[in-house]
Design a binder for this molecule. Structure first.
Ligand SMILES: [Zn+2]
Length: 277
């Protein structure tokens, strides 16, 4: 058997003499010879599989349907890339990828939904200027009063909380991620650090606990502070038994969730249980 294989390999890579008289007078390997090229007195018989084994006529074989389709699709993408100027890798990403196309459509729809700019035009400009000027000169002077105000002077806790928030919410790509919308914080300060707001998670506790803070982007922070539909008691009752990473909250009248890293959730649960409030 090994001898047969060796012989087959040797023949398949050698010039094949039975075809020489009909194929431009030269010698050809079996791969580049087909049955029609053979001398009429050469018996074509592949019942023992030997001609197949040496690759006889392989270069004349028709490509399979799948290969043809793949090559045609490839050409179509190449032609489309040239015709449209859209990079080939982008076309390949969207070709036959319904999910990617739908995601793109959703993004485009969202972008389209910008509100119309408000148009408020003065009816009589001169009259208006005069009236506003009169109102301005008669307006009250700014007064400043010193009022007694309650503050929480534990700045060290806030500093510690911010340090922990950065540590816990920085991903492998060094991006600080918002714990509500899961997006990268929208901008950096002049010193290169991310701007974020360290917001108290469960309000009304009797102790200052650094772990009881969330790293939020400005929009989510505003929603959390001013449009929070979940009470502190409800939130605490959801945090204590949680064993996933997301704790549901209602913000700006929509269902949302606080995304915790495992270490943050574990620390917060331990702290809440310890103070028992
Ligand atoms: Zn956010």
């Amino acid at each position: 058997m090994v001898e047969n294989l060796n012989l087959g390999f040797t023949i398949s890579n050698s010039k094949f003499s039975p075809a020489r008289a009909l194929v431009c007078g030269g010698f050809h390997t079996p791969k580049h010879t087909q049955q029609a090229d053979l001398l009429s007195n050469f018996l074509y018989d592949n019942r023992n599989g030997w001609l197949g084994a040496i690759g006889f006529g392989a270069s004349f074989a028709k490509p399979t349907q799948a290969v043809v389709e793949a090559e045609t699709a490839e050409d179509a993408i190449g032609q489309a890339a040239t015709a449209t100027g859209v990079p080939r890798d982008i076309l390949e990403h969207f070709a036959n990828n319904a999910e990617a196309q739908e995601e793109f459509n959703r993004w485009r729809e969202k972008r389209k939904q910008k509100p119309k700019p408000p148009k408020k035009e003065p009816t009589n400009e001169d009259l208006r200027r005069g009236r506003v000027a009169e109102e301005a000169v008669n307006s009250a002077f700014v007064e400043r009063l010193v009022l007694e105000r309650q503050i929480r002077p534990n700045w060290d806790v806030i500093r510690e909380a911010r340090t922990k928030m950065i540590e816990w919410n920085t991903n492998d790509e060094s991006q600080v991620v918002c714990q509500i919308c899961s997006e990268e914080m929208p901008f950096k300060l002049d010193d290169g650090s991310y701007y974020f707001e360290a917001i108290e998670c469960v309000k009304g506790l009797s102790r200052e606990i650094p772990q009881n803070h969330l790293a939020l982007c400005p929009v989510c922070a505003a929603k959390y502070k001013h449009a929070n539909g979940t009470t502190s008691e409800e939130l605490q009752q959801r945090i204590l038994p949680a064993n996933g990473s997301e704790v549901p909250v209602t913000l700006a009248r929509e269902q949302s969730g606080i995304v915790f890293t495992k270490v943050h959730l574990l620390d917060l649960q331990a702290a809440l249980r310890a103070i028992g409030s």
